[in-house]
Design a protein around this ligand. Structure first.
Ligand SMILES: [Cu+2]
Length: 428
């Protein structure tokens, strides 16, 4: 394909990507009333593995990993009706919510250690008022050492309201928590030995202190599946993507949840992020201050059961050269850092014969620009985007059963503003 043809295709792909990102929403189930079923099922991992899970399913759907993301508004009376279709008792608990009540609906139920449980074929209903906006998790309160690791865990997002109406694009009830894009990062891990034992009816033989995970997940997928879109046909029980996308100058809200039993240092290349809340509570010095006690970090430490909200921004400012390759007098792109404009690219690019070509290299170091690639090399980066790896900084977690790369890893995609393609290709 010639360069003009490539540009046309690239424009079409960018339009799709921008349409996707313009939704700025985390996929999930809108409340306030939810009908879930506990079921067994299977997930797959990129190195060819297949794992038994116990999961929450949307009404008649398959057990999915993680459980459906519940999205409600502050002040909602939330009900979750849970029907048990597996052969051991199950339940749900909602850390961070107050006044949760549980009632038997049908079939047999039992008072578990933490909450009312649905016995096999039984149904229970949980009710609470979502008083505080924020990022939360829910999980099984029955044998949590086993059932959470097997898949009975999910995210709960409570959107802030004002006068009873949701405040769009805001994490909490203060304008300083505004965001343009939001993404969920639910961090979990699995030890397949335990999955296998439960599948074969040996749950009571599991020794939880032997827990030795070899698979690590973002939103229920191991890399590189994390970078595939939501709801791809070949991952029918792992519906959620985990690939943040933004254009320079946008604010990206990271909703990070420690959904497993290990700590994971989630390292986001590209820039620091400002932690604005933990466990669904804004880091505010008083009721009206906004997140003025926020902390700037380059790695988000997630503890099991903890949630963190952080705002990430990227403009390319102050890296010492102009990310668009602009010359003095060229027009400015939105949010381009003015003092960088016209700064020359600081290095001499190696000749193509001295390079190996990765799939995300567009052929040019400049944002929104395609360069000329040698015949046969091709590129998946048809818009001239930038990619930053976001991953667990416990680097043994970036594998799938010891196969690198994989695991708890994805890419931040920085797209050129407006899906722009350069009119002329700047020369590095
Ligand atoms: Cu890194």
């Amino acid at each position: 394909m010639n360069l003009k043809g490539m540009t046309l295709v690239a424009g079409a792909v960018m339009a799709v990507l921008l349409a996707l990102s313009a939704q700025a929403a985390i996929p999930g189930e809108t409340g306030p009333n939810f009908n879930f079923t506990a079921k067994s099922g299977y997930i797959s991992t990129p190195e060819g593995g297949r794992l038994f899970i116990l999961g929450y399913a949307k009404s008649r759907g398959k057990a999915q990993y993680p459980g459906p993301t519940m999205i409600v508004n502050q002040g909602d009376t939330v009900t979750v009706t849970l029907t048990n279709q597996i052969d051991t008792p199950v339940s749900m608990v909602f850390p961070g919510q107050t006044g949760v009540t549980a009632q038997a609906v049908s079939g047999s139920t039992a008072n578990g250690l933490l909450t009312l449980e649905a016995a096999p074929a039984g149904t229970v209903k949980y009710t609470f008022t979502a008083s505080n906006p924020g990022t939360y998790m829910y999980h099984s309160g029955t044998r949590p050492d086993i059932q959470i690791m097997l898949g009975m865990v999910g995210a709960l997002i409570v959107r802030p309201t004002s006068g009873g109406s949701p405040i769009p694009n805001q994490a909490y009830g203060h304008p300083d928590t505004h965001f343009d894009q939001e993404y969920l990062f639910l961090l979990t891990e699995m030890d397949p030995t335990i999955n296998d034992m439960v599948e074969h009816g040996r749950m009571n033989e599991v020794n939880s202190s032997d827990f030795f995970p070899v698979l690590w997940f973002l939103n229920g997928r191991c890399a590189p599946d994390t970078m595939e879109p939501d709801d791809v046909a070949w991952l029918p029980t792992q519906p959620y993507s985990c690939m943040p996308m933004m254009v320079p100058g946008e604010k990206l809200l990271m909703r990070v949840i420690g959904g497993g039993r290990d700590v994971h240092p989630f390292h986001h290349h590209g820039n620091n992020a400002l932690i604005i809340a933990r466990d669904g509570r804004m880091l505010a010095s008083n009721a009206t201050s906004g997140p003025d006690r926020g902390v700037s970090v380059y790695t988000i430490q997630t503890a099991p059961g903890q949630t963190v909200d952080a705002l990430f921004e990227w403009t390319g400012a102050k890296i010492g050269w102009d990310i668009y390759g602009h010359q003095p007098g060229d027009p400015m792109e939105p949010n381009e850092y003015a003092p960088d404009h016209g700064k020359p690219f600081p290095t001499v690019m190696p000749e193509n014969q001295d390079l190996a070509f990765g799939p995300n290299w567009s052929g040019s170091p400049f944002l929104g620009t395609m360069g000329i690639l040698p015949p046969g090399s091709g590129t998946l980066n048809v818009g001239g985007s930038y990619y930053y790896m976001w991953h667990s900084h416990t680097e043994k977690e970036m594998v799938n059963n010891d196969v690198f790369p994989g695991g708890m890893m994805t890419m931040l995609m920085i797209m050129p503003p407006g899906g722009m393609m350069m009119k002329k290709t700047p020369t590095p």
